[in-house]
Design a protein around this ligand. Structure first.
Ligand code: CA
Length: 468
């Protein structure tokens, strides 16, 4: 009865649309960049490449300093983002390959179809969902986004492709073709991929402004190939290296896209009630001219430069603005945070390793969201526990132990000096490994690259490039 009176009163005062908007579930947009350097964003100290729109997300939201993805290469990292669980739990340890491990076959190479994605979770809570950009969760039709919790898909299924249309008018394979749901867009209609993904994101927002939506906007910028728009490259006369110049221009295309998307949210009156998450999927790659700054190592490694990434959450209604949060957080937190922002429920029967970060960012929960985080890809595994980090990479390499608070660049191996700490972390790592599955497929690179990458004497891009 009281409720009816309230509704009548609200309508009588002409306030219904505002009331509806206020109580409406927030929109959620997860933006992923690909292989960007930790130090290449202005808000992370970058000076060379302007990223004003990513910086604005940090200014109007919370920036994470000690933010980790769950893998240092694209596909397993994205599997973690998309599910909120350690992807090793369902055998997704390596990039997509043609090397299934018995009893698994070619058909099984992809994100296990029994696993629910963030798309499924948001659909379950009444959201309209779209995946835009790079997918990389399996090449076969059962793994396509439209089968995995997304109402719409606009992007490509593989790991990387040209940003411009392929010259002979056809993508080298269907997994590299640009899909609009189940239709392939002719290559001659492709202008510049980053812009096309932004345009799709904007048109989706405009079309769905009346109901809550979830968007997974996974740019393939700034992954190789180094395809940049010429007019943007011309802005970077001060950068002499042509590769770095192209990288800068590719970053700007993405940053401009993010700016245009935020502008659209403002124009549509959706800005205050939208959670935007920005995350980079793994550290700077060996071949894309990116810069990890002080962090040691690159994509593919367990060094900080492989797994620590740029990560920001902006949600004017609920997340503090201009805050820097220094506790360890994970990409696995994105899914539960999205569901938490929606005041929604998780689908029952699936483990979640991430946490809803909103109460932590609001200081409702004072302790850190994670005591330990774990990584494993083949022979190389790692754990971070508070400020201590341990890397284990086979029997031929020594175990490495670092104190990240004192040595963020991982230059001093303290394993011999702190044997008890080393043992404790090794035990934690082994206990975690018992909770996950063996890989369902392998990497064509094998173990040798991983072993070489994690030697103290192998340092710097030039040396790591030999062990991709
Ligand atoms: Ca990547």
């Amino acid at each position: 009865m009281k409720k009816l009176i309230l509704i009548a009163l609200v309508i009588a005062l002409g306030g219904w649309p505002a009331y509806a908007q206020h109580t409406r579930k927030p929109n959620v947009i997860v933006i992923v960049s690909d292989d960007a350097g930790y130090a290449d964003f202005g808000c992370y100290g970058g000076k060379e490449i302007p990223t004003p729109h990513v910086d604005d997300l940090a200014k109007n939201g919370t920036l994470f300093t000690d933010a980790y993805v769950s893998a240092s290469v694209c596909a397993p990292s994205r599997a973690g983002i998309l599910t909120g669980m350690y992807q090793q739990r369902f055998g997704f340890e390596h990039n997509i390959s043609e090397l299934p491990v018995q009893p698994y076959t070619h058909e099984d190479v992809g994100m296990d179809v029994k696993i629910k994605t963030i798309g499924n979770q948001m659909q379950h809570n009444g959201y309209k969902t779209i995946a835009i950009g790079k997918w990389h969760q399996g090449d076969l039709p059962q793994y396509f986004p439209t089968k995995r919790g997304f109402d719409e898909f606009y992007g490509f299924v593989g790991g990387h492709r040209n940003f411009f249309g392929y010259k002979d008018g056809k993508a080298p394979s269907d997994i590299l073709a640009l899909y609009d749901n189940d239709k392939i867009i002719p290559e001659k209609e492709i202008g510049y991929l980053t812009d096309m993904f932004t345009d799709k994101a904007i048109s989706f927002v405009k079309k769905n402004k009346e109901k809550p939506f979830f968007m997974y906007l996974a740019y393939n910028a700034v992954h190789v190939p180094m395809n940049a728009k010429k007019e943007l490259m011309d802005r970077f006369a001060h950068i002499t290296d042509p590769g770095r110049k192209a990288y800068a221009a590719m970053m700007v295309s993405m940053d401009d896209g993010i700016g245009n998307l935020v502008k659209t949210l403002k124009e549509q009156n959706l800005y205050e009630n939208t959670l935007i998450v920005f995350i980079n999927d793994n550290g700077a790659a060996t071949g894309n001219y990116s810069d990890n700054g002080k962090l040691r190592g690159l994509k593919g490694s367990k060094w900080e430069g492989g797994i620590r990434v740029a990560y920001i959450m902006q949600y004017p209604n609920q997340i503090p603005a201009g805050k820097v949060y220094r506790n360890m957080v994970s990409a696995l937190d994105i899914m539960p945070t999205a569901v938490g922002a929606a005041n929604g429920k998780l689908i029952e029967g699936q483990v979640t390793d991430g946490k809803n970060l909103i109460p932590y960012l609001n200081n409702e929960i004072k302790k850190a969201p994670h005591q330990d985080l774990f990584w494993r890809r083949g022979i190389a595994a790692a754990v971070r526990s508070d400020n201590w980090k341990l890397i284990r990479s086979g029997n031929s390499n020594p175990v490495l132990l670092f104190n990240l608070k004192k040595d963020i660049s991982e230059t001093k191996n303290l394993a011999a000096k702190h044997p008890a700490k080393t043992k404790k972390l090794l035990n934690k790592l082994e206990a975690w490994e018992k909770t996950v599955d063996n890989p369902h497929w392998l990497s064509p690179y094998g173990d040798s690259n991983q072993i070489m990458k994690h030697r103290m004497e192998v340092i710097g891009r030039e040396m790591e490039m030999k062990y991709p």
